[in-house]
Design a protein around this ligand. Structure first.
Ligand SMILES: Cc1ncc(COP(=O)(O)O)c(C=O)c1O
Length: 353
């Protein structure tokens, strides 16, 4: 009954096996090894982008902050969702790595930015000449922080607005695989073909140990990213171990299978919850995250039985027993039907009391 985060789950054995395979003898350091060459080639092939530049880092925060630093001047502003991870959960790393660019928050519905809202917000910046921030890149998150996705039409519309202003588009794809599974399109369609210039391609949440790729589709900006990674202390010397996670992740389509499992578990959970009158959904379930509310006393009973998840914007402190409190439940690749069913059963029993 563990739904706290897809970071809390285990590493998939195929990825451990890939690390073990790579752990033989000597290999050139700093990314000059054969495993890294192979991982880069696999990503280029997967994205149908033979000239894409690919840089590996160990965290999503590093991927996002370095990608944005590559696109934004210190005097720019980055346009992002008001619930964006880069705004709420990265301890100002984007501002730090860009050398001081600010973030302009775009209002969202269910975590998504609407293209016309984006256009209005962009138009509202760079209106004060030298005195105000200059327009910088747009950053969107796919899957969004509220568990929803941008379909291809929405993605294209966002990139059209972005590019019409002469700006670049970054995608935080910490859960890229989960969005891909939901939309059923190709990686290229959900990235550069829809106008994404630079992508943070996550693997950690979907079964890796700590490996993300920054995929740069726009050759204009590729070289400086490599330098920024080193300067930021994010170039791993024993780089083959970062690359081996990625090769293990991508081999035989493992990454897609894992995302399908996580999304499937979330769909089962959402279906079970939807059958209960006392449960209301806060956001639609489109990938591996469920946002729903039920009475405080039922949360207490679930926590007492060992269920793991976070309340979302609400607290049990001082809450009336029947007050509906919102929760976020995240399914990782290892969540099975038994785990979901045990949670639903415990919840039903608590409701009946
Ligand atoms: C939307 C999103 N982006 C990026 C990240 C990556 O963060 P980290 O630096 O913890 O790997 C996360 C992790 O929670 C996330 O949810």
């Amino acid at each position: 009954m563990q739904f706290a985060s897809d970071n809390a789950g285990p590493v998939h054995p195929q990825i451990i096996a890939s690390l073990t395979r790579a752990n033989a003898g000597y290999a050139p350091s700093y990314g000059a090894d054969a495993e890294t060459t192979r991982a880069v080639a696999m990503i280029r092939e997967l994205f149908e982008a033979p000239s894409a530049e690919v840089w590996f880092v160990p965290t999503g925060t590093a991927a996002n902050a370095l990608a944005l630093a590559t696109l934004a001047h210190p005097f720019d502003t980055v346009f992002c969702a008001d619930v964006a991870h880069i705004h709420e959960d990265e301890c100002n790393a984007p501002e730090f790595y860009t050398g001081g660019a600010k973030l302009t928050l775009v209002p969202t519905e269910h975590g998504r930015i609407a293209p016309d809202t984006l256009g209005r917000v962009i138009a509202g910046e760079e209106t004060r000449g030298v005195h105000g921030p200059q327009r910088g890149p747009v950053s969107i998150t796919q899957v969004t922080e509220r568990g929803t996705t941008y379909d291809l039409d929405k993605l294209r519309a966002i990139s059209e607005v972005t590019h019409d202003f002469g700006l670049k588009l970054h995608m935080d794809g910490a859960r890229f695989a989960n969005a891909l599974d939901h939309l059923g399109c190709s990686p290229a369609e959900m990235s550069w073909k829809a106008g994404v210039d630079i992508l943070s391609f996550g693997a950690t949440k979907n079964g890796a140990m700590g490996a993300e790729a920054v995929v740069v589709f726009d050759p204009e900006v590729a070289r400086t990213l490599e330098l920024r990674r080193k300067r930021a202390g994010q170039l791993l010397s024993k780089h083959r171990y970062l690359a081996a996670q990625m090769t293990g992740y991508l081999e035989d389509g493992l990454w897609c299978d894992l995302a399908a499992r996580a999304n499937g578990a979330a769909a089962r959970l959402a279906k079970g919850l939807a059958a209960l009158d006392a449960v209301t959904f806060v956001h639609p379930t489109e990938a591996n995250m469920v946002f729903a509310a039920w009475p405080a006393r039922v949360h207490e009973a679930l926590f007492a039985k060992g269920a793991g998840y976070h309340l979302w914007g609400d607290t049990l402190d001082g809450a009336a027993p029947d007050a509906p409190l919102a929760a976020r439940l995240v399914c990782d690749w290892s969540m099975d039907e038994a785990g979901v069913d045990a949670f639903l059963e415990t919840l039903r029993a608590a409701l009946a009391q």
